[in-house]
Design a protein around this ligand. Structure first.
Ligand code: UT7
Length: 342
């Protein structure tokens, strides 16, 4: 058991996207849209689509296996699995339980966490509590989605935006001076109707009418969510940095939730961060919700972009409405011997 008060950090990462690429040109044939509109208004060029036989747990499992391999951790070493998702295989059981079984993580507890597209940062902060309290040594945190299953392919306002994918991180104790420095979690439940799926829950159970009225799909007021997102990512990050006693100059990389390049650029501008210090994958994968931040982080880590000791700021927003900021001093688990308490 690690000592209470130990910092939590990332010890391995993995990501997975389905093979099938859906381009803007293909969408032009499905709804009244153009490649030019999608690129100019969102920055998205293409996104991935799960194969018919793939559900969210299949994507989550692929990312999880890679993360365990990267962390040189066996499934039996995992104490807890948290999956952040908005698109579970079914309403229950949890995706995390399916992954736990298929990984063979016999000792692990498992649950899903629902916090819209902000879910990965929420899950990371929950994982960190188990590490810093000394209760657990290895927590597997996953963000996984099959959003193409819940978008209305007749609604051009939403269907061009979302994609499928998964990212995973093994969280554990890291040496002094590294790991999660500060987390800020936020919620504005009054904004719930701005981004939701109306039917299929206890308020409006599935019926012939709900299906005919297309109520089992994502409904979004894009303009309002856009304004909230810029505020949440920009001002939220500035507030979190101040609380952590850091300034924008101390930040090496900003990793925003990938919903729209214009939101990302506006947040970067608010922070006065040049775009070469902002990680972007929305052009290639669209909005993958809870998977977008771990996928972007995993890519930067595998390209050795992020160096030991770099300060990274992850910032997300989404259904709830929720938002969150997480500040982490990067521990280069690939190059260093594991320190005390690992
Ligand atoms: O992960 C969190 C969830 N989602 C988000 O973060 C999304 C946040 N919002 C956005 O990214 C943007 O608001 C959108 C990309 C959704 C929309 O961009 P916008 O610049 O806010 O456009 P708009 O909603 O103000 O719509 C402008 C026009 C409308 O036409 P009219 O009413 O001006 O005639 C829309 O009907 O663009 C039209 N439009 C489209 N046109 C072509 C909306 N979607 C499309 C489309 N193709 N796919």
């Amino acid at each position: 058991m690690p000592e209470a008060g130990t910092r939590a950090g990332i010890l391995g990462m993995g990501s997975y996207v389905p093979e099938r690429v859906l381009t803007n040109r293909e969408l032009e044939k499905m709804v009244n849209t153009t490649d030019q509109w999608i690129v100019e208004r969102s920055g998205i060029r293409e996104r991935r689509m799960a194969a018919p036989e793939q559900a969210t747990s299949d994507l989550a499992l692929e990312a999880a296996r890679k993360a365990l391999e990267d962390a040189k951790t066996g499934p039996e070493e995992i104490d807890l699995i948290i999956t952040a998702t908005n698109t579970p295989d079914s309403l229950f059981p949890a995706v995390a339980c399916i992954v736990q079984d298929r990984l063979g993580a016999r000792r692990a507890g498992a649950f899903d966490l629902l916090a819209g597209c902000t879910g990965f940062i929420y899950a990371l902060s929950v994982a960190a509590q188990f590490i810093t309290s000394g209760m657990y040594r290895r927590v597997l945190v996953i963000g996984a989605e099959t959003l193409t299953r819940i978008v209305d392919w007749e609604d051009r306002n939403t269907c061009v935006l979302f994609g499928d994918g998964a990212g995973a991180a093994v969280v554990g104790p890291v040496p002094e001076g590294y790991g999660l420095i500060h987390t800020r979690l936020g919620s504005d439940g009054a904004g719930g109707p701005l981004l939701h799926m109306p039917a299929g829950g206890s308020r409006m159970p599935a019926s012939r009418e709900t299906v005919e009225d297309r109520l089992h799909f994502v409904r979004m007021n894009g303009r309002e969510v856009f304004k909230f997102a810029v505020r949440a990512c920009g001002d939220g990050s500035l507030e979190a940095l101040e609380e952590a006693g850091l300034s924008v100059e101390d930040v090496d990389f900003l990793i925003p939730h990938q919903a729209n390049i214009r939101i990302i650029e506006a947040a970067a501008k608010r922070l006065n961060m040049p775009m070469d210090r902002v990680l972007v994958n929305v052009d290639r994968f669209g909005n993958t919700s809870t998977a977008s931040i771990p996928m972007a982080l995993e890519e930067a880590v595998s390209l050795n972009k992020i160096k030991d000791g770099d300060n990274i700021v992850m910032t997300g927003f989404g259904a709830g409405l929720t938002w969150a900021v997480s500040i982490m001093r990067w521990y280069d688990y690939k190059k260093r011997e594991l320190g005390i308490g690992n």
